[in-house]
Design a protein around this ligand. Structure first.
Ligand code: AMP
Length: 368
């Protein structure tokens, strides 16, 4: 420890985590394993991350007194979801280290900024345009579709705030459906991608610029929520390399310190298009806890604390299944399978669509 570089935040220090869900819980658990303490800042006292952290601040993200006290009590701050207000991250960054930086957060929390960023670095996306209201939707639909997908530029996830706009759709109704819960909404209209698979790659970048990537994985959704992740994705090696290269490029150009999960489409004609980026651990990386030398959560801790990154190599293939809502009842079946690892998030109520836990089934590793 004594010989650690000056920029290193050594074990024993306290990691501040903005957000108190399952991702924060798994960051806190892996941080504890490395000898770090955790302090979670979030809205609910019994949230998944609060249950396993050393300290918790239950407060709103705009509570400046609580944020200032939090900044003073931690050595570095990270976040477990990208909808933490930018102002919150910026406020904390004036007082302590925030990694990834608020600038990265700002890009990733807005679909237009995200795609403009991809365009600026030569990372391919589907064609898209900013739309400010129903008239613009009607006008641009002729060029991008029909059909095309109208999305909220901000605060949409798991398919919320998205509408398929067809030739005979009423643009005004589509706009209202998209913007209903956000009256000041800015929209993005996207050309529909003819894809055969959705994949993601998680890249980590350390304080010294070292980058690692996990193997591309294949994601299957149900009701717009991730249902299963297959590891590795069934891709030709050249395309898998290209996907890792894109994630690496994004991490480098973001000047990231931390993790970025890059979701991509594999088109029917074997091209890769970036769909979304998340500057945090990702649901499609949960398998790394059980099948890799270094999990995504440990890698995040290493990156933000200025430690060398660990190996992202996997020692097994895997299928990760989310336990959503009532599926949590499958926990008994999962613990009965000697090759499955059960993770439950400590949520009391199994509401429909709520991620209650996941199971990673380990499989013999195939090369490729
Ligand atoms: P997103 O919130 O952008 O991840 O979108 C949720 C899901 O909608 C994706 O996982 C895709 O299955 C689908 N989707 C989103 N954008 C497009 C697109 N441009 N073309 C086709 N499908 C899309």
């Amino acid at each position: 420890m004594a010989r650690a570089r000056k920029a290193t935040i050594a074990p024993g220090a306290t990691i501040g985590i903005l957000g108190s869900g399952q991702l924060g819980r798994m960051i806190a658990l892996e941080a504890a394993r490395l000898g770090y303490r955790s302090h979670v800042f979030g809205p609910g006292a019994d949230d998944p991350a609060m249950q396993v952290s050393n300290r918790a601040t239950v407060a709103a993200y705009d509570d400046e007194a609580a944020l200032a006290a939090f900044a003073a009590a931690v050595d570095v701050v990270t976040y477990e979801f990208e909808n933490v207000p930018y102002a919150t991250a910026a406020f904390l960054a004036d007082r302590t280290k925030v990694r990834p930086s608020p600038a990265v957060l700002q890009i990733c929390q807005n679909r237009l900024r995200e795609k403009d960023f991809c365009a600026s670095i030569g990372a391919p996306t589907t064609r898209y345009v900013e739309v400010a209201g129903p008239e613009a939707v009607a006008r641009e639909l002729r060029d991008l579709g029909p059909p095309a997908i109208l999305k909220c530029a901000e605060l949409g996830y798991d398919g919320k705030g998205q509408v398929l706009v067809k030739a005979d759709s009423d643009p005004k109704a589509a706009w209202e459906e998209m913007a209903g819960h956000a009256p000041e909404a800015v929209g993005i209209l996207e050309a529909v991608v003819d894809f055969r698979m959705e994949i993601s790659v998680i890249a980590a970048r350390g304080l010294d610029g070292q980058i690692t990537t996990y193997v591309p994985v294949e994601n299957r959704h149900r009701n717009h929520i991730l249902d299963e992740t297959l590891v590795p994705a069934r891709l030709k090696p050249a395309l898998a390399d290209k996907a890792e290269g894109l994630a690496r490029l994004i991490a480098e150009k973001l000047e990231l310190v931390g993790l970025v999960a890059v979701e991509m489409f594999v088109t029917t004609d074997e091209r890769l298009l970036v769909n979304e980026m998340a500057p945090r651990p990702h649901n499609s990386g949960h398998w790394t806890l059980d099948a890799c030398v270094t999990s995504q959560f440990e890698q995040l801790v290493r990156a933000i604390c200025g430690l060398p990154l660990g190996s992202p190599e996997r020692h097994a293939d895997a299928v990760m299944k989310n336990l959503i809502g009532e599926e949590v009842e499958r926990w008994a079946e999962a613990v009965g399978d000697p090759n499955s690892k059960l993770h439950l998030y400590g949520k009391a109520e199994a509401r429909p669509g709520r991620k209650m836990g996941h199971v990673t089934k380990l499989l013999p590793k195939r090369e490729g």
